[in-house]
Structure formats: structure tokens, C-alpha cells
Design a protein around this ligand. Structure first.
Ligand code: GLA
Length: 734
């Protein structure tokens, strides 16, 4: 956990060309961001792209730079979109900010944070523009901090984390969209004239319907492994807005930050308003290069325990739903332990004394064990896990309450609701959101985790769910004039509670679940180890969702479970082999009633789990190369992971369509060392005969230029044939 609490950065060079002009060069190993921060003038954006040589850097202004404000503020050119807007205490709605100072701070790891301080020409109003780089990483985080010394409050009405001009040239934007059970879908489109906006207003969960990240392909349609791409990821778990304004200039104007809608913020004298980081990356290796940059930065700098392999688990939800009982939990633990799993997670349904949680309409808020279902309590379950040599984990939904609960009976004042109105009710017809702006609610949330982990230090894993949006605008905690602080302060309170939890329990694994994939964002991942990609566990649909999610998030973050067939969301009948081969491409787990599996299926899973362990490090820490997109409709999808030293690889291939005598493309591999020779071993094999290349060796050069043929079906007995085919190949260099 140490990483998240430290500031890390890399290199910055401030080149003074004359007494007054100051060019700020923020550099990473392969990229440069260049700004002009001349004292007394507006800071200018000059360049973002491949690393500049000293000569090019010196002549950059002569090459034709955008000559655009690096952080446009509202007021003096009101027709232009702004990154920041404020109403001064005297009612003046304009800002006129010029550079006051540039400073560079060395971070503990030897990296640096560059701060350009801009101040208003007339008002005592200041904004720090921060740029942070990291050793060995091609990602720059930018964010701002505003403060003032005016007599009254200053009302902030827009507060973007960053602004980037993007030169027009058939620029395409790839984004993720979706909904519950269909998250992480990829959509790519050229930028239109006018405004393209991607936004979230859910309040609590911000990645079901749209994601706060984009890939900007600078030269036409995005390609996987070549082409210039800028990646942008807003690191924020609350409401966001990403906006491209294409006006009558040569530039698309990209802004990203907290969504200011209904969220104006009254900033007190001396108070600091800090925007969340916007992470930027640039790659000339296409979408894949930008993804790999994000993955490495995410694992090394943001993700909780980004360097620790994840355990293979069984989660009880799709196996038993609310039907929790001690014997059932123990049976599931026995089964997952026998299959080689390492962790059992008891999902929803274990709590509630006065109101037992038998369905989703009661008990949230009452985190006491239901001893009718679990007479031995949680301790008996921890003991049972220990006896079986596995770890134990538990589900909670700490930010929420049902109207049918002891907590709500005692503290109706803790819920988010509009003054003078009844609260709007969500899941189960009774669910409400607790107002995390309220420090007492933060205590409640902290105490839920603290009580569990103090009483049962054996708890190794928490699934932290959030199954409701903020459904009505109103805070019983905020004063009347600060009702617009609801969304921002909710999120601040959420982070405060998580910080307390992580300070005391740095080692526990915590999954971010939010009705499935509602919380896939780098803003919260410093406190979480992974997220639940989707409540939809259908393997075929997961290929599409995990593909999209992989644009910004590495496999280690993506909880991916083998579930029952027919699938509970799609009713699709998918063979275990295919379900496993998809789950194995992420953080493998199971979410199934093992009691309903045949002995043969259990044996197959046991072998697959053992196989996964042999490539777990490559999947979870390797570089991702996406090879054949399911969205291209070519009948198959394929990707691979390669270890950083390029000695090990694991290749996945899934057939996404089934037609007789169809011609599928042969997939060429990527990311290998052309000069190394790799031996091929099939994992999770079900065929009667090994593949022709089993145990054979090929050079990386051959695998990357020619590839291997995938048979269209599996060589299995007639009664086992079905319409699916998939392959997982392990590649080991000599
Ligand atoms: C949400 C989660 C599921 C499960 C249920 C329990 O829907 O996404 O995985 O935990 O809640 O109620």
C-alpha cells in the first residue's frame, strides 16, 4: 500500500531561453510535454508527443505551436470553452490568470512534480497547475489546486483537472460505454464538429454507462500496435465530464474533470480545492502501446498491491444467492479447496438480526451476523477455511441502508435525501445511500470494516459493493447554501473512509463491486485490489466487455469468474472449457455451485486452476497485446500476455461465431522477442490428441509473422462435441 500515500515522479527540465520566456519541459522516458510559463503571461501549451531532442525543444515555438492557454479560464473570452470558472465574492464572473511561479519538487522516489502557479491579475485568486511524472513510466498526471484570499466565498462553477489541445487530422476517439450487465463496450468514432461529451451523474458508481477514460487516435481509425495515440484517464470515482470541443480553430479542445453540473462549490478563504488527477499517455505503438503504458503505471503507482499475485477464489453469489447457511458455506469451501482454489468469499445474505437479509429489500446497515443461518458466526467460517487450507472473504455494502433496517430506524438523518421530501428508494424498493459527506457516516462505514477485521483478523478479502446511484439531490448534513456540495463531498467522504481503512488494514484484499462494473476507475483503485467487471458472467459476452476494459485496466484488476451453464444472465449454454478459457484471461475465480458440477467437470477445473497458476504471473504482470478484436466480427478474438523479460507468454484464442466451413483469419502474435525460441504447451486441454505444435518450438519472429493455425473445433468424443472452440497456449522461451 505504501505507493498510494507517496508522491512519485520523474524528470522535468525548465529551459530558460531569455530572461522572461520560460519553457517547461516535462519528460518521461519516451514522451515530452512542453509548456511556456513566462512570468506575467498566460501559460501556453506548446507540445505533447514523442520525446524531444534538445534542438527540437529549443525550436519548438518556431515549428508552429498551438499558442493556446495551457489552462483556459472563463471570462475574458467567454465564447471559448474554459477549464475553470469562478464567481468572485463580489459577483465578478471573470478570471484573468497569468504565470506567477514555476517550481519543481523532487518526490521520494527521485521523480518530480512540476507546479506552475497562476494568479489572477486583480483578485487574490490562485491556481496551481501540477504535472507529475514517474520513474520509468510514460504517464503524466496533471491536476490543479485552487485557493483564494478574498473576503467572502468564491463560487467555483467549473473545475477541470486538465486541458489538452489536439491537432485536427481525422482524429478518432475510442470510448467505453454500456449499462448494467453489459459494461466496457468499445465504441470508436471520428470527432464531430461541436461538442462531444462523455459524462457521468450517478453519484456513486461511475463506469456502468460510460467510462472516464478515452483513447485519442491522431491519424484516422485506431490500430492496435501502431499509430499515434493519446490516452487520457480521469482518476476519479465520482461524477465526471470529458469534453471535446471542436470549434473554428485547428484544434480539438479536450477537457476532463469533475462534472460541475449541479455541483458548484463554495470555496472558503484559505481553503484548497484540489481536482483529481488526469493521467495522460502518448504512444506510437497504437492503442496497445497506450494500454500497456496505463497498465504498467496503474500496477506500479495506483493499484492496491499491484505487485502481488491474486488468489483464485470461489464466490458464493451465483451458487446460492441469498441462501446462505453454515453447512452450505463449508461445502463450497471444501469444493474450491479440492479444486486448488485459495480463497472462499461469502457474498450477500449473511447478516441482519432484527431483519434477516433474505432478499434485497432489508438489512443493509445492520452488519451483524444472522446466527439462524450461521450458528457458529463468522469465526466458524474462518476456522473452516483454515482447516481446508484456504482464506476467507466476505461481502459488505457499507455505503447503503435499507429503510427496513435497524440503522435507518435509529438514524433516518443519515441518508441522502432532498429537504422536505421523502427519499427516493432504489434496489429492493427500500435501498438508500448514506450521506458520506457526514463525518458520522464516515465513522459508520469505517466501523463496519474495522469491527469485522478486528474481530476476525483472518478475513483476507472484502467484496465492497455499491448497488445504488444517488437518487435524489439533497443532503441532510450540508447547510442550505451548500446543497450543491452533495456529489463532491460524498466522494471526498468515501475516500476519507477508505484512507482510514487502508491506514489500519493495508494488507486486506478489497474488491470494488458496484452492481457489477460500476466502479472501474483509477481514482478508487489505490484503495481496491480489483473490480468486478460485470454482473454478467456469460463467457461470450465477457470477451467483449473484458476487451474494452483492457484498454485502460490490466488483467490483474479484472475479476473474471467461471459460472454455471446455462448462464444466469443470458441463459446461454457454454461449455466449461470455453467458460474457463475466458475467465483465465483475467483474475481467475469461480462463481458457481460446485455441488452441481460433475466429478469430471471438477477434475477439469482442478487441472485448469493448476494450469492458471503456471501462467498467473504472466497474465497478472505481463504486457498485454490485443491481436484480433471481437468487435471486428472476424469470427474469433485473440490476445496474449508477455512477461517483461519476454521469456514467457500466454496466448488466448476464442471462437466468437460458429458457422460450418467458415474461414477464420490466422492470428499473428505480438510482443515476443523475435530472436528467442518458444516452446508451445496447450493449457486446459480437452482434446483427445494434442495439437500438432504441442511441445514444438518456434522463434518469436515466426510466431509474430506467421502465427499458428487454430483448429476450428475440438478433437473430443462425439457426445462431447459442441459449438464452441477456444485455445490457451503457454509459450516458454529456452
Ligand atoms: C450486486 C453485485 C453482485 C452480488 C449482489 C449481491 O448485484 O454486483 O455480484 O454481490 O449485489 O446482492
Amino acid at each position: 500500500m505504501k505507493k498510494i500515500f507517496m508522491c512519485l515522479s520523474f524528470a522535468m527540465l525548465a529551459v530558460a531561453f531569455s530572461a522572461s520566456a520560460e519553457t517547461v519541459h516535462i519528460s518521461t522516458p519516451k514522451t515530452s510535454l512542453v509548456l511556456d510559463a513566462t512570468k506575467g503571461e498566460q501559460p501556453k501549451f506548446l507540445y505533447y508527443g514523442n520525446s524531444l531532442s534538445t534542438g527540437d525543444l529549443q525550436n519548438i515555438q518556431a515549428a508552429g505551436t498551438p499558442n493556446l492557454n495551457a489552462y483556459p479560464v472563463y471570462g475574458l473570452w467567454p465564447a471559448n470553452e474554459a477549464a475553470f470558472a469562478a464567481v468572485h465574492s463580489d459577483g465578478n464572473m471573470t478570471l484573468d490568470m497569468v504565470t506567477d511561479n514555476v517550481s519543481v519538487t523532487k518526490n521520494p522516489d527521485g521523480g518530480e512534480t512540476t507546479t506552475i502557479t497562476i494568479k489572477d491579475k486583480v483578485y487574490p485568486f490562485t491556481i496551481d497547475l501540477n504535472y507529475r511524472t514517474f520513474p520509468g513510466l510514460d504517464v503524466i498526471e496533471t491536476w490543479t489546486e485552487a485557493s483564494h484570499n478574498e473576503k467572502g466565498n468564491v463560487k467555483l462553477t467549473r473545475f477541470m483537472s486538465g486541458y489538452l489541445p489536439v491537432r485536427r487530422n481525422d482524429v478518432h476517439v475510442s470510448q467505453l460505454y454500456g449499462t448494467w450487465a453489459n459494461e466496457g463496450r468499445v465504441e470508436e468514432a471520428p470527432l464531430p464538429h461541436g461538442v462531444k461529451m462523455i459524462k457521468n451523474k450517478d453519484g456513486a458508481r461511475n463506469s456502468h454507462t460510460a467510462h472516464g477514460e478515452v483513447m485519442i487516435s491522431l491519424d484516422g481509425k485506431a490500430k492496435e500496435n501502431d499509430g499515434r495515440v493519446i490516452g487520457a484517464a480521469l482518476c476519479y470515482g465520482g461524477n465526471y465530464k470529458l469534453m471535446f470541443d471542436t470549434d473554428d480553430t485547428d484544434y480539438h479542445h479536450f477537457f476532463a474533470g469533475i462534472n460541475e453540473e449541479n455541483s458548484s462549490y463554495n470555496l472558503k478563504k484559505g481553503e484548497k480545492f484540489t481536482t483529481p488527477p488526469l493521467a495522460l499517455t502518448y504512444s506510437e505503438e497504437g492503442l496497445g502501446g497506450a494500454s500497456r503504458n496505463f497498465h504498467k503505471w496503474g500496477r506500479e503507482q495506483r493499484l492496491a498491491h499491484g505487485d502481488t499475485p491474486r488468489k483464485i477464489l470461489l464466490n458464493s453469489w451465483e451458487g446460492v444467492y441469498f441462501d446462505i447457511n453454515e453447512e452450505g458455506m463449508q461445502q463450497m469451501m471444501t469444493d474450491i479447496a479440492n479444486m486448488g482454489g485459495e480463497l472462499f468469499v461469502m457474498d450477500d445474505g449473511w447478516f441482519g438480526t432484527k431483519y434477516p437479509r433474505n432478499n434485497d429489500s432489508t438489512s443493509l446497515g445492520d452488519w451483524t451476523v444472522d446466527t439462524n443461518k450461521l450458528p457458529g458466526g463468522i469465526q466458524a467460517l474462518c476456522n473452516a477455511a483454515k482447516e481446508r487450507g484456504i482464506k476467507f472473504g466476505i461481502w459488505i455494502e457499507p455505503e447503503m441502508v435499507n429503510s427496513v433496517s435497524e440503522l435507518y430506524e435509529k438514524h433516518p438523518e443519515y441518508v441522502v435525501k432532498a429537504p422536505n421530501r421523502e427519499p427516493v428508494l432504489g434496489r429492493g424498493g427500500t435501498q438508500m445511500v448514506l450521506d458520506l459527506a457526514n463525518p458520522k457516516v464516515q465513522d459508520i462505514v469505517f466501523n463496519i470494516v474495522d469491527t469485522l477485521l478486528t474481530k476476525y483478523p483472518e478475513i483476507d478479502y472484502i467484496k465492497w459493493d455499491a448497488n445504488a446511484p444517488i437518487m435524489n439531490h439533497g443532503s441532510q448534513y450540508q447547510t442550505a447554501d451548500n446543497q450543491s456540495h452533495l456529489y463532491i463531498d460524498y466522494h471526498k467522504g468515501f475516500i476519507k473512509a477508505l484512507e482510514r481503512i487502508r491506514a489500519k488494514y493495508p494488507d486486506v484484499t478489497i474488491q470494488a463491486c458496484a452492481s457489477g462494473g460500476g466502479r472501474a476507475n483509477w481514482g478508487i483503485l489505490p484503495y481496491f485490489d480489483e473490480f468486478w467487471v460485470s454482473d454478467n458472467t456469460d463467457a461470450l459476452q465477457r470477451i467483449y466487455m473484458q476487451w474494452g476494459t483492457s484498454y485502460f485496466f490490466p488483467a490483474i484488476t479484472m475479476a473474471s469468474h467461471i459460472s454455471a451453464s446455462p448462464n444466469h444472465q443470458t441463459n446461454r449454454i457454454v461449455p466449461l472449457k470455453f467458460r474457463t478459457d475466458v475467465a483465465m484471461s483475467g483474475r481467475l475465480g469461480m462463481e458457481i455451485q460446485p455441488k452441481n458440477m460433475t466429478e469430471e467437470e471438477k477434475e477439469q477445473s482442478r487441472k485448469a486452476i493448476a494450469d492458471y497458476k503456471s501462467v498467473r504471473d504472466v497474465v497478472q504482470f505481463g504486457d498485454l497485446y490485443r491481436l484480433l478484436s471481437p468487435y471486428d466480427g472476424k469470427g474469433a478474438a485473440s490476445l496474449m500476455y508477455v512477461s517483461p523479460d519476454k521469456k514467457d507468454g500466454v496466448f488466448y484464442w476464442w471462437k466468437t461465431e460458429q458457422f460450418v466451413n467458415q474461414q477464420l483469419p490466422r492470428v499473428t502474435m505480438a510482443g515476443l522477442d523475435p530472436n528467442k525460441t518458444y516452446t508451445v504447451t496447450e493449457l486446459n486441454r480437452i482434446d483427445n490428441e494434442p495439437l500438432p505444435y504441442e511441445g514444438k518450438s518456434f522463434t518469436g519472429a515466426f510466431l509474430m509473422s506467421n502465427g499458428l493455425e487454430m483448429p476450428l473445433s475440438h478433437n473430443v468424443d462425439w457426445n462431447k462435441r459442441n459449438d464452441y472452440a477456444s485455445r490457451v497456449l503457454k509459450l516458454t522461451a529456452k
